[in-house]
Write a protein that binds this ligand. Structure first.
Ligand code: AMP
Ligand code: FE
Ligand code: FE
Ligand code: ZN
Length: 301
């Protein structure tokens, strides 16, 4: 009898908890990840380390490995740019200081959005939003949830498309870090900066994204999130090519938000995503050495 091959190990490096706009607590997420058979996860809450702090506090509750993570929203004119930071020192003073400023700006913006909605005739106040947020950091998805509850709109998506998205009547701009600031802050905290879901940049061609990546690489970017539920084989292949060209490592995750993002399951996204553990090993080598590492794509994960 031949020796059976070891079971492949999979990971999910992009997960949101109740510390931002996900619907499950970090402890619940560890449990869900364990049931899904994942070997490692990273909780990457928007502009806060609290999801990772809480998950790491419970790292011995199962054999699921927990990597410290965060997802920072940064400025980008023509689309949405999010910077993932992996293996950061959760106590780094400069990272915490930067996040404090961002969190204050977010809280002020949230109040202004509610004000705008009231001006538009919506009968709501800030307590309604605090209530649905579950005690974590408040974001537009929570405001959207209140709008659905109050039957102002039929769905979260409609809330964004009619009221909360850039260009809509209740949209309010807020202070964000520049991409280079987020990258340098993550590096300064011993972490690995990775560009999240590159398709949200809304670049038109591979050449356009290539130019953005050249600038980000110059600023210190180390990786690209190539494996993501809505990327599809063509985009994934394009991101693998670009990562290879720029000497960026590859990461992947589902952007699981629990019930706040229906249809996306931990570890597998819409069912077909698989992110291999070897990408975590590359991340660790990158963080440990501070050098760039290229993950040569073998297969589309
Ligand atoms: P905020 O960080 O408060 O500005 O809110 C932005 C977050 O809202 C994003 O990171 C997503 O998690 C979520 N989001 C954006 N657009 C939508 C949408 N159409 N439906 C559901 N959630 C969305
Ligand atoms: Fe989110
Ligand atoms: Fe994101
Ligand atoms: Zn995310």
């Amino acid at each position: 009898m031949p020796t059976p091959l070891p079971k492949p190990a999979y990971v999910d490096l992009h997960i949101h908890s109740t510390a931002s706009d996900g619907s499950f607590s970090p402890v619940e997420i560890i449990e869900i990840a364990k049931k899904a058979g994942l070997r490692a996860i990273a909780i990457t809450d928007h502009d806060t380390l609290e999801g990772s702090v809480e998950a790491l506090r419970h790292r011995h509750s199962s054999d699921v490995e927990i990597l410290p993570g965060i997802e920072i929203s940064v400025t980008f004119d023509s689309g949405t740019m999010h910077m993932l930071g992996y293996l950061v020192d959760l106590d780094d003073a400069s990272l915490r200081q930067s996040l404090k400023a961002v969190q204050k700006a977010r809280a002020d913006r949230n109040l202004q959005i509610v004000e705008k909605l009231r001006d538009l005739g919506v009968d709501m106040d800030y307590d309604d939003v605090s209530e649905v947020s579950g005690g974590g950091q408040i974001g537009r998805p929570h405001i959207a949830q209140v709008l659905v509850q109050k039957k102002v709109v039929q769905s979260i998506n409609e809330a964004f498309n009619k009221l909360l998205r850039k260009g809509c009547p209740a949209y309010v701009e807020r202070y964000r870090l520049l991409p280079v600031e987020a990258i340098q802050t993550i590096l300064g905290a011993g972490g690995v900066p990775v560009l999240a879901h590159p398709f949200t940049l809304n670049t038109k061609t591979e050449g356009d994204l290539d130019r953005v990546l050249a600038d980000l690489k110059q600023a210190g970017l180390r990786g690209l999130e190539a494996y993501y539920p809505s990327h599809g084989p063509q985009r994934t292949a394009s991101y693998e090519r670009l990562a290879y060209r720029h000497g960026l490592l590859l990461t992947g995750g589902t952007d699981f938000h629990g019930t706040a993002k229906p249809g996306i399951h931990i570890g597998i996204g819409r069912g077909d995503l698989r992110v291999p553990y070897r990408l975590v090993e590359t991340l660790k080598r990158c963080a440990a050495s501070g050098r760039h590492f290229n993950t040569i794509p073998k297969t589309s994960a």
